[in-house]
Structure formats: structure tokens, C-alpha cells
Unconditional design. Structure first.
Length: 502
């Protein structure tokens, strides 16, 4: 009997769909990464936004300066402290340098930087999956990756214009590669681990907390004899040397220009002093716990605590506990910065996700926990989406973006501006596409305005007003031509057009 051609095709299609379904069920990471990619691509053209938009504007400015003024890698520059570019002491600027190289072909666009962030975020998620599967199970890996990708902080900062996504990727890559070397003795994994560790240190020096889980891995491989193994010391020294060399050089840049956003303007004593004040303040602890709940693992913190104290069958799996302890020490030593800046808690995410994923996997068969875990997971995903939508609509830097683009149109090309602000946020200057003098209202005065005029300032602009800066704005509007754009919410003063005395 002859089978109809169409029936044969139909059976063949069903067979293909069946194979695809089976493949996806066996490899859920593909579905998770696809969903993660879709979420990250939403609003990829958005300007910098949120409480740390200033940090993104700083990084984007370095890339722009490379693009406009040549590709001298060892001279990262900003343009928010004068009419001439000035060196900036920063983290290792490999990312803005690479973005600037790509700008040669695409023109300047923040989409390039965001795509890099997305790439590092997805690689991080894949490594989280592999680590959790290696130590626990496929279901633990699934839950861990789900939490990692759908955490509010991942949705918000997964495509941020900062070194954080890359730092996180290299941090996880260091642990994963070293674990693989521990199992196989394949020195390619060891070299990869060294490269990832060195890269994490270069991008963010506080990631030295990784040394604690790294030492634990060496201990579980060699036992107490690890302290006598040359490979341990070689690993640590080779990983630290590049960061030591770069940050020694960056320190010199900060001395030359006085400009820094890598912490060199704060003395270790002042950092420890403020940390001690916060450690003794119960409100600080509450603030940090609330932020973890709000930004990272909403409603899942109890599951993390339960998981942290679960007994593990494999001694090596306690690497996640030492990873957590390292992060706790990092938080204590930089508590003041952790309380001010949300993205300082980003290193919590992979280890928290894995411990929670492991816990859900272990307890999901327990009737006492099963329903509760399901409810918390659904609430977590719903809250993450809702939080991200609300957070991304915050007006602060949307205003900076809109006003900056307006100024770029109406002001003479390249005319330097003074920007009055409470926080020192350089976003407005970045979007205005010109040199600027960023001054907080605590720094700025009539004398400062007159001094900056001698340095080339042509206009004063602010999008912020209150009683604190009323005297200054009254002086400027009484003595210079000005305009107030009520719709766009800014005051613009032309410092080249003083009013004639009455």
C-alpha cells in the first residue's frame, strides 16, 4: 500500500517537533537563555537610568573620548571637569576601549555597550547552570538559572553600561574553570581559571573575595598539603599581578588629574571609619537585608537561609558556602559603598541563586515545602517583572537624556556648560555631547561661577531646584539672560550675555 505523500510529510514534521521537544526538555538551559535574551533586548535603546546612571555615563564618556581623541589605551579620559579632556583613574578600561573600536564602524551608540552586557549576562547564566548541575542536579541547575536570569537586579543591570556584567561573568568563570581543573587535571582549565580571576580583579578590585572559595577548591583537591603546593601560590600571584600593575598606574593618573571613580580618592582609614559606623547601626543591616529582598531575591531569602544550613553530601560543594563567606567579608569591608550603591551587591547573585536553586530542588518533593516553594517562585517572577517595569520608568535620567539632547540642538556646537546638580551626575553633560563642569550645589558659588567662566564656561544649566540653590539661581537670573523651559524642566543661563545694570 502506498502512503500518501502529505501523510508522510506530516509524520516527518511530527517526528521533528518531537525530537526538538525532547531536546529542549533535556536541555532547559536553551529555553532559559532564550527567555533571558528576550527580556534583556527590551528597551535596549533606552538611555542610562536609575540611581547609578551617573556611573554608566562615566563609562560611556570614556568610550566616547577614545573614539574622538584617539585610541591611547593608557589614557582614559573624561570631559566633565573642563574644556579639555582630563585623565581619569578608573578600573581597567578594556570594555570602553573595545566599544570605541567598534564605533569606528557603527558610529557612537550605547546599543553596542548594552549588547556586550547582555552577552556577559547570558554567559554568566550558562556558567551558573553548569556549576549547579555539576554539584547538584539538572533541576537545581534549572532553578538556579531561573532565579539568576529573572532576578530584578539582572533585568536592570544585565545590559548596564558598566564593567559589572563582565566582572560577574569572569568571577563565575574563575570558579567553574577551577572546579573543572580539580576534576580533570586539564591545565587548559587551570589557565582559563587564572585568566578569569585576573580579569575579574582588573575590572573590579573588590573581587579579591574570590580568593576564599578558590583556596577552598585547592584544599579539597590537595588536602592540608595545599599550603605546600607551588601551583597555589603561582595561581594567586599571577592573578593579582595585572591588577596590581594597573591600579598602581591608575593611582598616578588620579594624582595628575585629581579625578577618580575607582575609590582612590578615599583613604582606607576613612572607608573603615564609615564602615564601622554602619556596622554599629542596626538600621544599616536592615537596609541591606531589605535591598537584597527588593533587588535580588525577593521573597526567597528564607529559602537561601535554609539552604545555607542544609548538610551536603559532597565536601567540595561547600565551595558555595566559602563563596558566601567571602561576599560577607567583602560587604563588611565595603559596607558604606554597599549601602549607597546597589550594584555593589551584584556579586551576591550567582552564589545566592545556586544555593536557592539547590534548596528548591532538594525540598520540592517534601509536601510541607512544595506548595510554599511554588508560591514563592511564582511571586518572585511576577515581582521581578513588575519591579523592573516600575524602576525603568524612573524620571531622573530620562530627564537628563531629554534635556541633554535639547541642549545639543539649541546651543552652539561644543560650547562648554556648567551643570548644577545635587549628586554630581554627569549624565546631562554626556547627552549634551560637550565639555562640561559638573558641580554639586555644595561646591558651587558665585565666585566659582566667575572662575569657571575664565576657564571657558559659556552656559549654566540645571534640572534641579530647591531652597538650597535658590540664592545662586536668583543671582544668575538677576544678572544674565536666561530661559526656563517648564515643559522640559530646566533652567538655562547664558553666561556670555550679562544684563546691563539698571
Amino acid at each position: 500500500m502506498t502512503i500518501p505523500v502529505e501523510a508522510g510529510k506530516k509524520d516527518k514534521n511530527i517526528d521533528i517537533y518531537s525530537k526538538i521537544s525532547q531536546f529542549l526538555l533535556k536541555n532547559p538551559i536553551i529555553i532559559l537563555l532564550f527567555l533571558g535574551l528576550v527580556i534583556q533586548l527590551i528597551n535596549i535603546n533606552n538611555p542610562t537610568f536609575g540611581n547609578q546612571a551617573w556611573r554608566q555615563a562615566d563609562t560611556a564618556t570614556i568610550a566616547r573620548q577614545y573614539y574622538l581623541h584617539g585610541y591611547n589605551f593608557f589614557s582614559p579620559e573624561v570631559n566633565w571637569n573642563g574644556t579639555e579632556p582630563e585623565y581619569i583613574s578608573s578600573e581597567f578600561p578594556i570594555l570602553p576601549f573595545v566599544w570605541a573600536l567598534i564605533y569606528k564602524f557603527t558610529g557612537e551608540t550605547l546599543v553596542i555597550a548594552r549588547l556586550f552586557g547582555i552577552l556577559f549576562t547570558l554567559i554568566s547564566a550558562f556558567l551558573v547552570y553548569r556549576l549547579a548541575k555539576h554539584f547538584f542536579s539538572t533541576s537545581a541547575a534549572f532553578y538556579s538559572t531561573l532565579i539568576f536570569l529573572f532576578s530584578p537586579i539582572t533585568i536592570l543591570l544585565g545590559k548596564t553600561i558598566q564593567p559589572e556584567p563582565a566582572m560577574l561573568c569572569f568571577s563565575i568563570g574563575a570558579i567553574y574553570s577551577l572546579v573543572k581543573w580539580e576534576d580533570s587535571d586539564n591545565y587548559l582549565y587551570l589557565l582559563t581559571a587564572i585568566f578569569c580571576t585576573a580579569s575579574a580583579f582588573l575590572l573590579k578590585i573588590p573581587t579579591v573575595y574570590l580568593l576564599l572559595p578558590i583556596i577552598w577548591i585547592f584544599y579539597t583537591k590537595f588536602g592540608k598539603a595545599f599550603i605546600k603546593k607551588p601551583v597555589v601560590y603561582a595561581y594567586i600571584i599571577i592573578s593579582i599581578i595585572p591588577a596590581f600593575l594597573w591600579y598602581s598606574y591608575a593611582k598616578k593618573l588620579s594624582i595628575i588629574s585629581g579625578l577618580s571613580f575607582s575609590g582612590f580618592n578615599m583613604s582606607p582609614i576613612s572607608i573603615l571609619y564609615y564602615d564601622l559606623l554602619h556596622i554599629l547601626d542596626p538600621v544599616s543591616l536592615f537596609t541591606l537585608i531589605f535591598r537584597i529582598q527588593e533587588y535580588f531575591i525577593p521573597f526567597l531569602l528564607p529559602i537561601f537561609i535554609i539552604g545555607f544550613f542544609l548538610k551536603l553530601n559532597v565536601k567540595r560543594a561547600y565551595v558555595f558556602h566559602f563563596w558566601t563567606i567571602g561576599i560577607i567579608l567583602y560587604t563588611i569591608l565595603l559596607l558604606n559603598l554597599n549601602l549607597i550603591i546597589e550594584y555593589y551587591q551584584l556579586p551576591y547573585l550567582p552564589v545566592f541563586s545556586i544555593i536557592i536553586g539547590m534548596t528548591i530542588s532538594k525540598l520540592r518533593s517534601d509536601e510541607l515545602f512544595k506548595t510554599g516553594i511554588l508560591i514563592l517562585t511564582v511571586i518572585f517572577i511576577f515581582y521581578s517583572m513588575l519591579f523592573s517595569i516600575v524602576y525603568s520608568s524612573l524620571p531622573d535620567d530620562i530627564i537628563s537624556n531629554r534635556v541633554g539632547q535639547e541642549l545639543n540642538k539649541i546651543l552652539p556646537a561644543g560650547a562648554p556648560i556648567i551643570i548644577g546638580t545635587y549628586s554630581g551626575n554627569p549624565s546631562l553633560g554626556y547627552y549634551a555631547n560637550r565639555s562640561s563642569f559638573i558641580r554639586t550645589f555644595k561646591e558651587i558659588s558665585i565666585n566659582e561661577i566667575n572662575y569657571l567662566k575664565t576657564r571657558g564656561a559659556k552656559y549654566f544649566v540645571t534640572t534641579e531646584s530647591s531652597e538650597e540653590n535658590q540664592n545662586l539661581t536668583d543671582y544668575l537670573t538677576d544678572n544674565y539672560n536666561y530661559s526656563i523651559n517648564v515643559e522640559e524642566q530646566y533652567l538655562l543661563v547664558n553666561l556670555t550675555q550679562p544684563l546691563s545694570p539698571h
